[in-house]
Structures are given as structure tokens and as C-alpha cells.
Write a protein that binds this ligand. Structure first.
Ligand code: NIG
Ligand code: FE
Length: 397
């Protein structure tokens, strides 16, 4: 992760949606006299950013909770009183598929304006068979409409719905609904590539998570976990045990969890924007993870409760400033390792011949400027398979 493989004064030739060659501009122009040129001078061209963790399909934003937390009410306390994820669930259940699609489309486009060309989007604000399928259909429509690569994840296990929480046997009933009804329906629909679960004390235990994710794995889905986000419960160890594609959050991961991830093929996906936005003082131990040999990815966690940002480069800033990663490490984390967290490492996340032409252009003369100009939008264009995700705006060069 310490070498981003930076080249200077080169051009990239793209053909049929893939990277054909990398070389001196004049040579490539001679080989491809009819090629359309995009002037990248004054800019840094990176692999399109891979945002491997978002909850981008939702209705109403939850700015009221932002203020409540400032006044001292905790994230879990807000959830316990029917807010948090429950508030987004009530809201989403009351909306039509069309309405949700119209609300989500501009939000996902904004991700591309910051350089993201591959985005994973989770359901998880439906928590019923019909409402989860509705969310997954919205994700499929976004994928059909936009040139970005969109990876759909089923997160029916995002919360235990309030009406189930009220009954003593409700938890077990909801766990059964997940594996016996929702998972088969989701699988039949073909609308999800991964299954995810919020493995956290008070939400789903490690045993619940093992049951739901094992069933999902048997059904042929890839698996991911929200693990050890606020409190440690052994979620990271479970992710390694099950061979999950990624374990995400890890704000409270233990030493044993770090070791388990380092020895596994599971990517440790860190979401520093979330812990920052929640006002938490402690971030995930990125250095310990990297130094132990784990593959670390970064992502926005874009969602209406804990991380309402579409600005992936800002997350890279936090990677350097809060997680003490180098500019090369955060760049790899947002490209190569993000792709690995989605099982796409052989296709996207690198500028190399044969890889998909997923590219992002940022104003600046050094790649270290990407995490440096924090909060700014320096993206001057983004492309997936050579198709425009965000239109080219020439740099000041
Ligand atoms: O990744 N932790 C659970 N899920 C989201 C938050 C969702 C919400 O608050 O709406 C997360 O932080
Ligand atoms: Fe999340």
C-alpha cells in the first residue's frame, strides 16, 4: 500500500471501454490518429474511486439527529427512542419506488462529481420483504440509468424493526424472516450481489450474524459485515471466519480481530467520516491493521444518519489526518482495495492495460493533493468503462 505507482507526463489510451495502453502522449497519438483526446494537463489522473460502502437509497435526510447528538444524545439512544435507522425505515416505507428513485438519482450523481465511478449501494431501510425488494429495484434502476458501476447489497439485517423489538420473541422471529423469507425472495429476484448485517451489541449478535450470513453464503451471495463499529463484539473475527469480502467500520476492533483480518483475505474497510460525523473521538486503528498486513479500504458510508457526505476525497483527507495513513495508502485504499472489497480487483481500481477504463481526473500537479485540499471539489471529470460519469472540466493547467 505504500507505493501508488505514480507516472509523470504519460497518456492513457482507451479503447472499447478498457485501458489499451499507457505511454508517451505523442507516441500514443501516432498509434491512434482518430482517437478523441481529453486534455489532462494540470491534473492527476487516478483510477476511478471505488466507494465500497454506501446506503445511498433513502428518503428524508436526518439533520435533526445531528443536532440532538451535539446536545449529548447518543447514536444508540436515538435509535432506542425510534429514531435513527427506524426513522429512515418509516420514511422509506411511505414512499413509492418512483419517488425513491427520483430522490436517489441526483445523490448518486454527486458521488461521481467527486471522482467515484464504482459505488456499492445497500438496501436496509425497508426491513420487510416488499420494502427491501423496492429498495433493491431502485438500485437496479440507478445502475441501468447511470454509467457508474453500481454494486447492490441486501442489508435486510440493518436493524430489528420496532414492531419485532416490542415482542419478546420478536428478535428470533425477525431472524427467521430474514433467512426463511427475505433471503430467498432477494435471491430469486437476482437484485443483490452481497448480503450485509449490522453486527453490533443491541442490534445483531455474532451468533445471529453467523446464521444470516451463512445462509446468504449458501445461497451464493458474497458477504460483508458492519463489524465492531461502536463496541467490540468479535465481528471482525466472524468476518474472517466466514471469508467475508470485507469487515466494515472496525472503530472498536480488538487485537484478536486485527490479527484475524490480517491473516484472512477479508478487506478491512474503514469509514472515518462516520466516526467523525458522530462526534466520536476514537477512530479505527488503521496503522495497526496495515502494519499487521491487513488490506485496508476507505469508503464514505454515505447515509442519512451517520455519514451524509458524497465527498470521497474528504474521506481520504481523514485517512491521512485521522488514521495516519500516507497519501499512497489512502489512494490505494480508495481504488485497488475498494475494488477488492467488492470482488472487482481484477477489473477496476488500477490504470493498467486490460483494466476497465474507470478513471477520475483531479486538478493538481501531485497525487498527494487529492487528500490535501480538504473539502474542495477538485474532480475535473470521471469515466466508467470510458463513458462519462461526470463531464470533463479542464483544469487551470
Ligand atoms: O454504516 N451502522 C449502521 N448503519 C449505518 C448508519 C445508518 C443510519 O444511521 O441510517 C452506518 O453507520
Ligand atoms: Fe454503513
Amino acid at each position: 500500500m505504500s507505493d501508488a505507482g505514480v507516472l509523470e507526463n504519460v497518456a492513457v489510451a482507451v479503447s472499447a471501454g478498457r485501458i489499451a495502453a499507457i505511454g508517451e502522449a505523442r507516441t500514443l497519438a501516432g498509434l491512434h490518429p482518430d482517437a478523441q483526446e481529453v486534455d489532462c494537463r494540470g491534473c492527476v489522473l487516478t483510477p476511478g474511486l471505488v466507494d465500497s460502502h454506501t446506503h445511498a437509497v433513502f428518503g428524508r435526510p436526518r439533520y435533526n439527529e445531528h443536532e440532538l447528538r451535539a446536545a449529548g444524545v447518543g447514536y444508540m439512544e436515538i435509535a432506542a427512542s425510534g429514531g435513527g435507522i427506524h426513522a429512515s425505515v418509516r420514511d422509506l416505507r411511505g414512499r413509492t419506488e418512483d419517488e425513491l428513485y427520483r430522490l436517489s438519482l441526483p445523490r448518486v450523481r454527486r458521488l461521481a462529481a467527486f471522482g467515484t465511478t464504482t459505488v456499492e449501494i445497500k438496501s436496509g431501510y425497508g426491513l420487510s420483504v416488499d420494502d427491501e425488494l423496492k429498495s433493491l429495484r431502485v438500485i437496479a434502476r440507478l445502475a441501468a440509468q447511470l454509467p457508474m458501476r453500481i454494486v447492490p447489497t441486501w442489508l435486510g439485517a440493518h436493524e430489528v424493526p420496532l414492531d419485532y423489538r416490542e415482542r419478546e420473541s420478536g428478535r428470533d422471529e425477525y431472524a427467521r424472516l430474514l433467512t426463511e423469507e427475505m433471503l430467498p425472495a432477494v435471491n430469486d429476484s437476482g437484485l443483490a450481489r452481497f448480503a450485509d448485517i449490522f453486527c453490533e451489541p443491541g442490534v445483531f449478535s455474532v451468533d445471529d450474524s453467523r446464521a444470516v450470513l451463512s445462509a446468504a453464503k449458501d445461497a451464493g451471495l458474497g458477504i460483508k459485515l458492519h463489524a465492531d463499529e461502536l463496541e467490540n463484539s468479535g465481528g471482525a473475527e466472524l468476518a474472517a471466519e466466514l471469508g467475508a469480502a470485507s469487515a466494515d467500520h472496525l472503530g472498536a476492533i480488538s487485537e484478536a480481530g486485527i490479527k484475524a483480518l490480517a491473516e484472512s483475505g477479508t478487506v478491512a474497510t474503514l469509514l472515518p467520516g462516520t466516526l467523525l460525523f458522530l462526534g466520536r473521538s476514537k477512530q479505527a486503528p488503521a496503522r495497526a491493521l496495515i502494519d499487521a498486513g491487513a488490506a485496508v479500504a476507505l469508503a464514505t458510508d454515505f447515509n442519512p444518519g451517520s455519514s451524509p457526505t458524497v465527498n470521497f476525497p474528504l474521506v481520504l483527507t481523514l485517512g491521512v489526518s485521522q488514521l495516519r495513513m500516507s497519501a499512497a495508502e489512502v489512494t490505494i485504499a480508495a481504488t485497488v482495495n475498494g475494488a477488492a472489497a467488492l470482488g472487482l480487483a481484477a477489473e477496476t481500481g488500477q490504470i493498467a492495460p486490460g483494466f476497465l477504463a474507470d478513471l477520475a481526473l483531479f486538478e493538481g500537479e501531485d497525487f498527494r493533493e487529492l487528500p490535501y485540499w480538504y473539502g474542495d471539489r477538485r474532480c475535473r471529470g470521471s469515466w466508467a468503462r470510458g463513458e462519462t460519469c461526470h463531464p470533463h472540466e479542464p483544469g487551470l493547467g
